[in-house]
Design a protein around this ligand. Sequence first.
Ligand code: ZN
Length: 90
Amino acid sequence: MDKDVVAAAFAYKKRRRGVAVVAALLLVFVGASAVGQMTQDRIGMIFALLVVIGFVLFMWKDWRCPACGKRLGPEFGGGECPHCSTRLSA
Ligand SMILES: [Zn+2]
């Protein structure tokens, strides 16, 4: 894959990860309490749990190096891929 394409793909993933984090937090804190109010607290808790599970699955599937496809650690914020050393961002 072209270097610019890899960097662009990674920048897009990073943005998507930011959106996913915000959406998951909102859904857990605002969504789950709203669901809990409308139904029962227990259902709100289940909803929150499902959001967390969905978020973890999404990150597990999505947070990968665009060049080699291997998983990047949760703490990975940029720089070189720890597996194939492709430069993902400046
Ligand atoms: Zn890689």
